[in-house]
Write a protein that binds this ligand. Sequence first.
Ligand code: DHB
Length: 390
Amino acid sequence: MKKRVFLNASAAAVLAMCSAAVMAQDNTFKIGLIVPMTGQQASTGRQIEAAARLYMAENGNMVAGKKIELIVKDDTSIPDVTKRLAQELVVNDKVNVLAGFGITPSALAVAPIATQSKTPQVVMAAATSSITQASPYIVRTSFTLPQASVSMADWAPKNGIKKVVTLVSDYGPGIDAEKFFKERFIFNGGTVIDTLRVPMRNPDFAPFLQKVRDANPDGLFVFVPSGAGAAVMKQFLERGMDKAGIKLIGTGDITDDDQLNDMGDGALGVVTSHHYSAAHPSPANKKFVDAFQKANKGMRPNFMAVGGYDGMRVIYEALKASKGQGGGDGLLAAMKGQLFESPRGPMFIDAQTRDVVQNIYLRKVQKQNGQLYNVEFDVIKDVKDPGKTK
Ligand code: DHB
């Protein structure tokens, strides 16, 4: 008799423990962050993870009664690996959101998984225009190459750069940059002498830069992904192309804040167009940069960091607004239309396209307090992605 009571009591205890475990599971909100932490794109992952952790440190890990858990995975920027990790995160870890995606092919590889599992996919880095069309569950907090390139194509011909060669990384974002820069530049009366594409993996810029030197344009427009800018800058300067009167221009990926300060004074004066500069003069950005540097041994946040930080905000606010109800669809609905002040300036998630609408700034590399920065000197406000067809 006594034994049975004991057994019943222990069964009840086990049951209680099980339901506590289930509840703990229910009360956890998991974000699967897939980024490259090693390999050519490692700085992207390092920046995004640091920014996500900063956002959590500043905003706590309890939202709408749920405990936020960040699960970070390194995809080494190999799309097949990104896909496998996304599958595991959805099926085994039961994540509520997939986030990160350092390069376009990785973001695209995961799109069908987001659609099938109805899991919001927050793209914090990749920037080919078409990405948001690959799944209705994709929301983007980075930028698009058409957005950044068109502004440069408007600025350059008004500033003495009438004949250019374009040099881009040969994949999605590079092809977008080339196309949208070229079309607008020609529309504005400019001439594009040549369009060069370099391999995305392990590029050797030397033969391409030699071609540019021989063509002797007024300017060289460049897009390379984050992390590759310093190599282009070095070889451009080594060949004396600046002294030959060729102006280096491009999207801000080339004067990446992660590398800029190590590029040396040869980078002074380079003009780029982009959505984020660590030198953006707003109190919100100053606070962000200071906190980021303090938490990361002085590392300067770049545009990848701001994409990660704002992506976390979009997730947190969506969870708050949907009160933890409604699953993936409820979250997605609450991500659409968010409007807020980012360290980059005002930012808006267009409810129709799920893409980011933001200011694009023209910036020139200058010294501030003895360090190289992209100093903003003009702004084109509220730019929608020109790559979206109506
Ligand atoms: C992409 C990657 C980058 O590092 C970058 O600066 C811009 C775009 C991409 O693959 O989409």
